[in-house]
Every structure is written in structure tokens, then in C-alpha cells.
Design a protein around this ligand. Structure first.
Ligand SMILES: Cc1ncc(COP(=O)(O)O)c(C=O)c1O
Length: 411
């Protein structure tokens, strides 16, 4: 199926139409793990990475010669594209990191001080839960985990009740990587701001799937992966820091910045204050093109395509009768992940059977979100099977997945 999303570009034809080219077995797969990392990427992303490696190949910000300036230009273009995508007024407040986890570590470890309290939730990923657990062990930080309803949605009133005078940050995972639930972020932001606390958003699963406006939200810190819904290469991610909030965020990674080398500490200016060491030039070159691609196509169009697939997948699985689905039913208010259990099957066993039958790549287990599975009651049974669709997933693939899932579930 060729949609208006540009799904017919060369990389995609490769994937669906020209399997007789002697391509590796990976091209025979049906990839449904876009929540881990998106695949394929738009052609322009591959081309930009390749060009950077072959023609530039320079460490950005580490020299005054022409190619070094070009490398720096690309790094700054990535900042500008991301800032425009999320409504950030100042691109220098977009900090490039290695992935969503890295950006969340900076936000959490950089901000928390001994004695602080944090409001988090059971929907959070280990990239939030583990830094917080570490802070509770080593820095006398306390955390309140707000619960969720059966669909994985948080009640902003629970956030309000959890805030204390010593609360430093309220953390909201915008979209769950297990249930797809998109939290009522505007309401959580309003509660947080009226209590005069910092709002930190984990947008790793929402960026590229849902419109985000950090200015309207008054988000203080927003971290996201570049390689998931944003369609960028591996090992990309960013942290947005609101103007003025940098005074509260310690640069937890220290090292070379390419200038002000006489200082024995990180320079004060953003983004350099937080970007020690050589940046991922090829990855950022790809990310520039990825975000441009999304901005040209509009996230609303990408989201409509993904939602159509989610609905088809959800309804098809529900029709099996032996499948239990989790999270909110299909609607534009959920992310493109469908998680489920199958009667009589261990989740790992079921996803292995799908892979063996037709190279269907779905992720089973706890999805790095143990508290979410505890809340859903799926922790002790080994979690769930998760299928996550993406911009390039087709209706034909979903129909094939449903046919194979039916055969496996009824075998
Ligand atoms: C909700 C959520 N937050 C953070 C992360 C971490 O992102 P990354 O894989 O870019 O480190 C993930 C990854 O799956 C996630 O689902």
C-alpha cells in the first residue's frame, strides 16, 4: 500500500516490493517493534548518515576548518529542527544526547538534590525508574509513584495530592510504551505549575506520534529519543531545558567541549554546558532529515495512518476471542502500541511462534516498565506481547500478522 505519507519511497519499495533482489533475511520480516526503535527510516535519513560519514567525517565543534564548520552547521540544524517541532523558542536549549535514557539521566540526576521529593508514576520506564531508585539509595531522595486506572491513565488529582512542599519535580511519561495511553499532560502541567514545581516530561514514546508544544505546556524539561517516532538514526535523543531552568540542572557529564579549554569546569553557555565529548555527527545528520520529513508530512498525517493500523490490529486480535487487549481502545488519544496476552500462551512463547512462522517481530516481556505491568496485573505472568506499528507499516502487513496470529493462537 502506498499512502500519502510517502510510504512509496525507495527504501520502502525495497522492503515490500522487491524481495527478489537477494536481500538478507531481515527484509523478509514484518517489523512491529517501532516502540523500541523505528524501522525503516525515510531514505533521506540513510542518505544523510552516509554523506556525513563519507564526505564530512569530522568531529563537530572541534576545529575551524571548513568541514568542521559544516559538521557544526549540521549539529545546529538538528537543534533547530527539534526546537521547531516541539515549540521550543531557543534551539540552544535543545541538548543532544545518546538516546532518551541519556537525556532522562541528565534531567533527573542533574536536578535532584539530597532531601528532594519526586512525583513519578507507575507508567514510567526504567530510564526514569532506575535513576530515581539510584537517587533514593544514594541521595536521600524520596519518590511517590502515582497509580493509574485500568487503561493506564493517570488522574491529575492524584498528582496534585502527591505533591509536597519538598517536591522538586513532577515526572510525566507522555505516552506509555506498554498501554499506549497518552496522559492528560496539559492537566498534569496545570497541577504542577499551580504548585510551583518543575515539570519533566518523558516524550520518548510520544515524539513523532503526537504534537508537542513545550511552551504551551510550560514544560521545564522534556526528554525524548531521536530514533523512535522521530525516525532518526540509532543513538540519538535530546533534552529540552526551559530558559532559566538550566540554573537548576547540574551538568552531570564533564569533559571536552572544543572551546574554553582553559576552564576546569563545563562552560556556562547552553548547549555546551551539557554536551561534553564528541557528538554523534552522522546520527544528527540523519536526525535533521528525519525531523524535516515529519514536519513536511505533519505528525497529524503520520498519526492518522498509525491509528488506522492500530484499529485494524486491535479489532482483528479482539475477534480471536482468546486474546486480552490492554490500554485505551483505538482513538487518536493513544500511541501506536498494541499489547495483549493470549490464553494458554506465555508471552515469550507466543512472540517466538510469530517470529518462527513469518518473521513477525513483536516484543514480549515487561518492556522495561515493571511498575506498569504490576499495575496491569501482568507482571507475574511474564508481561505481555507488544506490537508497535510505525509510519511505514502497511495494511497488508497487519492483515498478514492477524492471519498468522490466528493460526498460532488456535493451533
Ligand atoms: C517511555 C520510554 N521512555 C524512555 C525510553 C528510553 O529511550 P531510549 O531507548 O532512546 O533510551 C523508552 C524506550 O523504550 C521508553 O519507552
Amino acid at each position: 500500500m502506498v499512502s500519502e505519507l510517502g510510504v512509496g519511497d525507495a527504501s520502502h519499495k525495497h522492503f515490500f516490493g522487491e524481495l527478489t533482489l537477494g536481500l538478507s533475511s531481515s527484509t523478509m520480516r514484518i517489523y512491529l517493534d517501532n516502540a523500541a526503535t523505528s524501522w525503516p527510516k525515510p531514505d533521506a535519513v540513510y542518505a544523510a548518515v552516509d554523506r556525513y560519514q563519507r564526505e564530512i567525517g569530522i568531529a563537530a565543534g572541534r576545529g575551524g576548518y571548513n568541514d568542521a564548520i559544516e559538521a557544526q552547521r549540521i549539529v545546529e540544524a538538528a537543534r533547530r529542527e527539534i526546537a521547531a517541532l516541539i515549540g521550543a523558542p531557543n534551539p540552544s536549549h535543545i541538548i543532544h544526547g545518546c538516546n532518551g535514557t541519556d537525556s532522562l539521566n541528565l534531567a533527573i540526576h542533574g536536578t535532584l538534590r539530597p532531601g528532594d521529593h519526586v512525583v513519578a508514576s507507575v507508567t514510567d520506564h526504567n530510564s526514569v525508574l532506575r535513576p530515581l531508585a539510584d537517587a533514593t539509595r544514594l541521595r536521600d531522595v524520596t519518590v511517590t509513584y502515582v497509580g493509574c486506572n485500568g487503561q493506564g491513565l493517570i488522574d491529575p488529582d492524584d498528582v496534585r495530592r502527591a505533591i509536597r512542599p519538598e517536591t522538586r519535580i513532577v515526572i510525566a511519561t507522555h505516552a506509555s510504551n506498554v498501554t499506549g495511553a497518552i496522559q492528560p499532560l496539559a492537566e498534569i502541567a496545570a497541577v504542577t505549575k499551580s504548585a510551583d514545581k518543575l515539570l519533566m516530561v518523558d516524550a520518548s514514546q510520544s515524539a513523532g506520534h503526537v504534537d508537542i508544544d513545550v511552551t504551551a505546556l510550560q514544560a521545564d524539561l522534556l526528554a525524548a529519543s531521536g530514533h523512535k517516532g522521530l525516525l532518526g538514526p540509532a543513538a540519538t535523543g535530546f533534552l529540552f531545558i526551559r530558559d532559566g531552568v538550566e540554573k537548576l540542572v547540574h551538568p552531570i557529564r564533564q569533559g571536552g567541549t572544543g572551546f574554553e579549554s582553559q576552564l576546569d569546569r563545563m562552560p556556562d553557555e547552553l548547549p555546551t554546558r551539557y554536551e561534553a565529548g564528541s557528538l554523534n555527527g552522522p546520527g544528527l545528520a540523519g536526525l535533521v532529515e528525519a525531523v524535516r520529513y515529519l514536519r513536511q508530512r505533519t505528525i497529524t498525517a503520520v498519526c492518522a495512518h498509525e491509528q488506522m493500523l492500530v484499529e485494524r490490529l486491535w479489532n482483528g486480535l479482539a475477534a480471536l476471542g482468546t486474546v486480552r487487549l490492554y490500554g485505551p481502545p483505538p482513538s487518536p488519544l493513544r500511541g501506536p502500541v498494541v499489547s495483549f496476552s493470549v490464553e494458554g500462551y506465555d508471552p515469550q512463547e507466543f512472540s517466538a511462534a510469530l517470529d518462527a512462522a513469518r518473521g513477525i517481530q513483536a516484543r514480549a516481556g515487561l518492556h522495561c516498565a515493571p511498575r506498569m505491568h504490576q499495575a496491569l496485573g501482568t507482571f507475574d505472568s511474564g508481561g505481555l506481547v507488544r506490537m508497535s506499528v510505525g509510519w511505514a507499516t502497511t495494511v497488508e502487513e497487519i492483515d498478514e500478522v492477524l492471519a498468522v496470529a490466528t493460526a498460532v493462537a488456535t493451533a
